[in-house]
Design a protein around this ligand. Structure first.
Ligand SMILES: NC(=O)c1ccc[n+]([C@@H]2O[C@H](COP(=O)([O-])OP(=O)(O)OC[C@H]3O[C@@H](n4cnc5c(N)ncnc54)[C@H](OP(=O)(O)O)[C@@H]3O)[C@@H](O)[C@H]2O)c1
Length: 393
């Protein structure tokens, strides 16, 4: 049987490299790892083969967008995974080419605008028989599967609170930093006290407290508002939501609060965006490594009502140690690539990658990593809280 061929754009990046490593370990997969520099792509492939001599991985030199058609000719992929980024404000050229050529497509997009624009190509993707899933990563793929698992059996979901906290001592890529910076100081949608509202990226800072599932593992770290596709997707999926927020945090307090300070010139219209500072701030964050640990995590807290009207609080947390956090965003794409390759996923169309897998399938991939997950249910029903859990920012 011929191998299932996957071209990974951004294969030399922090996430693309790990994803390529994961895919190249899959039986029946052949991976083409792309970088703008052939020498870098070769080094990444060698590193993968060193860890797994069986891995089927080849280097490709490719600069987007102009180099993409030639790379398709050279590699003849069944599936293209875009792990390059940043996705904020980016054109849909890669997906449009995939639709024209009849190639399945995944990306790791974390940008609300990009996800909305991908979904708008649903009809053309369907007509071309192409499966195109955007956000096959921590958000919205993993977050939506966690929310679905927590919501199981509830008649109504009333509030969802998601947070991702990175470790100071973990690898971070310029593309991801640029994506986060693009949202700093900019308005983003939230729901509070039953009403749609607006928060500003990296503002509404708060510290983790004893009610937060990650408090025990990470202590009282700061987190603040962050943009995410989930802020559009979850209200559509759970129309009765009375509270919704997505937050993120850097471990070192000077980094977290420094970024909060930098959010003000953007909010006040004095600066258009912090994204151009991505390279410098990535280096600065690396310099702050001694101020932190190799421990990060993700938490989801959901409140809802059973059919009998009982209020329930359910939570889930993931703690990543030894700098293993960057593996997490790659595992959803791996799971979905498996589904496409095996024929388990056949429905064509361009969609957000939501509820694409059951949570246990994701958790089963964590075995070799220093990553643990835990579901935390309140043993007793909570007293009524008027349907809101917002606290002062
Ligand atoms: N949705 C989620 O939950 C989630 C989670 C994590 C990450 N992400 C997203 O994943 C993306 C990648 O993040 P990262 O930290 O891995 O970034 P990174 O380390 O900076 O890697 C970026 C990659 O893109 C390649 N690249 C950049 N510009 C290119 C171009 N014009 N043509 C071809 N290749 C190009 C780079 O290749 P060379 O420099 O070698 O040429 C590199 O391999 C980001 O957008 C991030 O936001 C999403």
């Amino acid at each position: 049987m011929s191998a299932f061929r996957v071209l990974v754009l951004g294969g030399s990046g922090v996430f693309g490299h790990r994803l390529s490593m994961g895919l190249a370990r899959e039986p029946g997969f052949a991976v083409f790892l792309a970088s703008r520099q052939m020498a870098r792509a070769v080094r990444c492939c060698e590193a993968i083969r060193q860890r797994n001599p069986e891995a089927r991985v080849e280097p490709v030199a490719l600069t987007l967008p102009q180099g993409f058609p030639a790379a398709i000719e050279a590699t003849r992929p069944d599936l293209v995974v875009d792990a390059s980024g940043p996705f904020q404000g980016r054109s849909l050229a890669v997906l449009e080419t995939c639709i024209d050529r009849g190639l399945h497509y995944l990306d790791l997009a974390d940008a609300r605008d990009f996800v909305q624009r991908v979904v708008a190509l649903d009809v053309s993707a369907e007509a071309a028989g192409v499966i195109a899933l955007t956000g096959a990563s921590s958000i919205p793929a993993l977050s939506s599967s966690v929310v679905a698992a927590l919501a199981e059996g509830l008649a109504q979901v009333e509030s969802i609170d998601i947070a991702i906290l990175s470790a100071q001592r973990q690898e971070r890529g310029v593309a991801m930093v640029a994506g986060v910076l693009e949202g700093v100081g900019k308005p983003l949608p939230v729901i509070a006290e039953g009403r749609p509202g607006v928060a500003y990226g990296w503002q509404s800072q708060r510290r983790l407290g004893p009610d937060d599932p990650l408090y025990g593992a990470l202590g009282p770290r700061w987190i603040g508002a962050c943009d995410a596709p989930d802020l559009d997707l979850l209200p559509a999926r759970y129309p009765g939501l009375r509270a919704l927020r997505f937050q993120a945090g850097l471990e070192a307090t000077p980094a977290q609060l420094g970024l909060w300070a930098l959010s003000w010139p953007v909010r006040l219209g004095l600066l258009p965006s912090l994204a151009p500072l991505a390279k410098g701030l990535t280096r600065l964050a690396e310099g702050l490594a001694p101020l932190g640990s190799a421990r990060g995590g993700m938490q989801v807290v959901l409140r809802g009502r059973s059919a009998a009207g009982r209020v329930e609080r359910r939570a889930w947390r993931l703690v990543a140690d030894r700098g293993d956090g960057p593996w997490v965003p790659t595992l959803p794409a791996l799971l979905v690539a498996r589904q496409i390759a095996s024929g388990a996923l056949t429905r064509p169309g361009a969609r957000a990658c939501v509820e694409a897998f059951e949570l246990p399938a994701f958790e089963a991939l964590l075995g070799p990593l220093a990553i643990e997950t835990e579901a935390i249910d309140d043993p007793e029903p909570e007293p009524e809280r008027g349907g809101s859990h917002e606290r002062a920012a």
